[in-house]
Design a protein around this ligand. Structure first.
Ligand code: UD1
Ligand code: CA
Length: 502
């Protein structure tokens, strides 16, 4: 069993290695001028995941691992330059899930090692400039780090991304000579006990001078424990030929954390979420507990936003200035306006919430809900495809579907819009200042006019004109003295003749 353990912020990880540590690069310089081909190796079986889903499609921060690699890689390439991605026999699903990128796909029918994987794409790569090799299972490397690596490579220099790790087990080790020059990479399984003690590890990511690539690849031999063509063996070949080999280091250990097992996937997910939380707090957001927030997508925030514990944000969510999110909320593809409070355990999906609203606790806003400013949607209220006007209130236990509500409307507790007849959905419209009494069923299509009033417990099947009162319930019947009479009759009944003892 191999272990790949890289923990962030270990004291030894902060110590600078002999070579350069990348500095941040201004965005405008990210597109490299020199010709660059990027090959992503993603054909590995990923057997340690124990899954029928290809490893590179397992999610990280809500998206397939491979798409994180592709996003970073795309930023290094000019315009519509394709990425070269090597996939295995189960590549069809990988292609389908990543069809939003410009890609040239290569199939590696048999997984004969990382060197063999690169052989599939190498003939298509530019013959000059740099070939950058990335791994589909090392998803979080920052673009700035990759750019430093590319910058360190030239026609006579191979650049490796390496890391000094307190837990080097499982990784290839960087072998240096007495002059501190890199001479080889030895895989963990092939290493001697002395070599295993080396703490500088190979992250797998390297920038190779394109003009030397095919020369080195044709010289690879599968004479190792795994009988694979190791890409890492090109390092010894390059050193023998006198090619310079330099190392570049990521700023953070999590950037080069690989995912080979579910445990590593879970650990990297936490590292990514920790990083996202740190970015939010840096941007001025108050997180009640930075360890208890999950962002699977993009979360844009205004000033003085407050987020309580255990919230999940998915897709693209925007929170305006001063927004407060209570504990346990789940918000997806929605925007929430300035000063709005979303209280405990509310679920909001594909919705637009205006300014100074109050939602929840326990509210469920389903797709295409649109709240104007000052709206209150209270506990156990469900809305769907509905717009609610300024300062209107739906405070308790209601269902509002396919409805248009004006401003200052008051919906009493337990009101239901009966929008579905079993075949079709029908609209309900309620004009400004209308008042709907508690426990009303509004049978759509129906409309309630401006300022109209509906009596509690009504079933409304016909439209209610402006300013009128509608009461649609059976009239109450009261029988005086009934309870006393009924109880007397009960007492005078003869005793039952039924007996189980018979
Ligand atoms: C590899 C490196 C090791 C490094 C580690 C860092 C080699 C020989 N070893 O080991 O030095 O420390 O990564 O994470 O390169 N792949 C293919 N086809 C194959 C085999 C692998 O496409 O035939 C792909 C995998 O999908 C994966 C990547 O290459 O994305 C790395 O393969 P993996 O088997 O995980 O290599 P490691 O044993 O982790
Ligand atoms: Ca790996």
């Amino acid at each position: 069993m191999r272990r790949e353990r890289l923990e962030p912020d270990q004291p030894s990880l902060r110590e600078p290695l002999p070579d350069s540590v990348p500095q941040p690069i201004p965005d405008k310089d990210l597109k490299t001028q020199m010709s660059i081909s990027i090959v992503i190796l993603a054909a590995g079986r990923g057997s340690r995941m124990q899954s029928s889903l290809p490893k590179v499609l397992h999610p990280l921060a809500g998206r397939p691992m491979l798409t994180h690699v592709m996003d970073s890689a795309t930023q290094l390439l000019p315009g519509q330059t394709p990425l070269y991605v090597v996939v295995g026999k189960d590549g069809a699903l990988v292609r389908e899930k990543c069809n939003q990128y410009t890609v040239r796909w290569f199939e590696q029918a048999q997984q004969l090692g990382t060197g063999h994987a690169l052989m599939q794409a190498a003939p298509a790569c530019e013959k000059a400039g740099t070939v950058l090799v990335l791994y589909g299972d090392v998803p979080m490397t920052r673009v700035e780090t990759l750019q430093s690596l590319v910058d360190a490579c030239n026609d006579s220099c191979l650049a490796l991304l390496t890391l000094n790790s307190p837990e080097p087990s499982g990784y290839g080790r960087i072998i240096r000579d007495d002059n501190n020059r890199i001479t080889a990479i030895v895989e963990d399984r092939d290493a001697s006990p002395q070599q295993r003690a080396i703490t500088e590890i190979n992250t797998g990511i390297m920038a190779i001078p394109a003009q030397r690539l095919s020369h080195w690849l044709t010289r690879l031999r599968a004479d190792n424990v795994q009988e694979e063509y190791y890409l890492t063996d090109i390092v010894a070949l390059a050193a023998e030929e006198g090619t310079d080999i330099v190392s570049v280091h990521p700023r953070h250990a999590w950037e080069v954390q690989g995912v080979n097992s579910r445990a590593q996937q879970a650990r990297l997910e936490r590292m990514v979420q920790q990083q996202r939380a740190a970015e939010l707090t840096d941007a001025g957001v108050t997180l009640m507990d930075p360890a208890r927030i999950d962002i699977r997508g993009q979360l844009d925030t205004g000033r003085d936003v407050f987020i309580d514990i255990n919230c999940l944000f998915e897709g693209h969510v925007t929170l305006g200035d001063g927004v407060e999110i209570g504990p346990g909320c789940h918000i997806r593809n929605s925007s929430i306006g300035r000063g709005t409070q979303v209280r405990s355990y509310s679920v909001i999906e594909d919705s637009q919430i205006g300014t100074d609203c109050s939602v929840g606790p326990f509210a469920r806003l389903r797709p295409e809900t649109c709240l104007a400013s000052g709206v209150r949607v209270g506990n156990f209220v469900e809305t769907k495809q509905s717009s609610i006007g300024t300062n209107s209130k739906v405070n308790h236990l209601s269902y509002i579907g396919n409805s248009t509500l004006g401003s200052q409307v008051n919906i009493g507790a337990g009101t239901i819009t009966c929008n579905y007849d079993g075949v079709q959905k029908h609209p309900t419209s309620i004009a400004d200042e209308a008042f709907i009494g508690s426990n009303t069923a509004l049978v759509a299509p129906v409309s309630v006019g401006k300022g109209a009033c509906v009596g509690a417990g009504s079933t409304i099947t016909a439209s209610v004109p402006e300013g009128s009162l509608a009461i649609g319930r059976s009239r109450q019947r009261t029988i005086p003295g009934w309870t006393k009479h009924a109880r007397t009759k009960e007492r005078d009944k003869p005793e039952s003749t039924d007996s189980h003892n018979g």
